[in-house]
Design a protein around this ligand. Structure first.
Ligand code: HEM
Length: 304
């Protein structure tokens, strides 16, 4: 087995707090799968051999999601939205990018993540509020960066108008040289936000419904950029964003076409790389591999 006990324990902890929702992902439980196309620009060809970042068109599967591990939570209770992408770059070869609408994560190591989950157990059973969670976690200084963006109380108006971040750093590789990068997706529809207050009146499943209607009218698309890291930019700490002035390279355009069942079921493991890209030493990134595989195997068995 690829995953070890610690990853399994983290999944049990999540289930202990948010409930065991059989057949669903143990995080980002509710979402919508789509198929689409990625058209590489070739602008990073000097930095990476990755096939999809040359001038090339590759099919993709992708899934938008609400971050909550509980699929019954209202759209408004998940201010962080996700976009996971699987690039089909060759015969049976894929590589993934899993991104969210926050530039930072709240824990810098699996141990901290699990400690924080333990603290969160003190929630009365039911529906923890993000702000209560923030108060409980004030002893963890790294949490502040993430909750300060949630405090601004804005959320993308639509899955199609969010700015999505990989959070983790990766390395582009070519001819023996290496460049640290992070990924950023910008919506071609523009970044439209709404306040959490406005979201209260939205019907359950509004985001999924809105995206289905939008893509039926015309394709939804995003520009993908590599943010180029400099010497002191941390590559192993997902709680720290890089300075805003970093150079960006346009990697290509992601076009979302139509709903797709395979995309809804797929496993988007953020550590699945390809020639020309490698994972950084971020311990959270490495931990996700086993946690996602465990969650995937459970939900697939439950869906039997
Ligand atoms: C200790 C850290 C983390 C753990 C234990 C964890 C756990 C999980 C699990 C179990 C799933 C469901 C996997 C599946 O069933 O396929 C998931 C999905 C997801 N996670 Fe994480 N996660 C972590 C960190 C992160 C970070 C840093 C991001 C930011 C990019 C992130 C973004 C997502 C997204 C977007 C999904 C939905 C993927 C999909 O649509 O299939 N997670 N996470």
């Amino acid at each position: 087995m690829e995953f070890n006990q610690k990853e399994q324990q983290a999944i049990s902890q999540i289930e202990g707090i948010f409930g065991e929702h059989k057949g669903y992902r143990r995080a980002h439980a509710r979402g919508a799968g789509y198929k689409g196309i990625f058209e590489g620009s070739g602008e990073a060809a000097e930095l990476t051999d990755a096939a999809h970042f040359q001038q090339a068109k590759v099919p993709v599967l992708l899934r938008f999601s609400h971050f909550s591990p509980d699929p019954t939570w209202a759209d408004a209770m998940s201010p962080v939205k996700g976009m996971a992408i699987q690039f089909k770059i060759g015969f049976e070869e894929v590589t993934n990018i899993v991104s969210v609408t926050s530039p930072v994560f709240f824990a810098r190591s699996p141990e901290r993540f699990m400690e924080m989950l333990e603290v969160s157990r003190s929630f009365k059973k039911g529906r923890p509020k993000l702000m209560e969670l923030a108060e409980l976690l004030t002893d963890f200084p790294e949490v502040r960066a993430m909750f300060s963006s949630v405090k601004k109380m804005t959320v993308p108006e639509s899955f199609a108008t969010g700015i999505y971040h990989s959070i983790h750093a990766f390395h582009f590789e070519k001819g023996g040289s290496r460049q640290a990068i992070k990924y950023l997706f910008e919506p071609d529809a523009g970044e439209n936000k709404r306040s959490l207050k406005d979201m209260k009146d939205l019907p359950f499943g509004y985001y999924e419904q809105e995206l289905a209607e939008r893509t039926a009218r015309s394709p939804v698309s995003f520009k993908l950029y590599a943010i180029i890291g400099e010497a002191d930019d941390p590559t192993d700490d997902p709680t720290r964003d890089w300075p805003k002035d970093r150079e960006r390279i346009f990697l290509g355009r992601l076009v979302i076409e139509a709903p797709d069942d395979e995309a809804e079921q797929a496993l988007y493991d953020p550590t699945v790389m390809t020639t020309g890209i490698s994972c950084s030493d971020d311990p959270i990134l490495k931990f996700r591999r086993g946690a996602y595989r465990h969650s995937y195997e459970k939900r697939i068995a439950e869906n039997g």
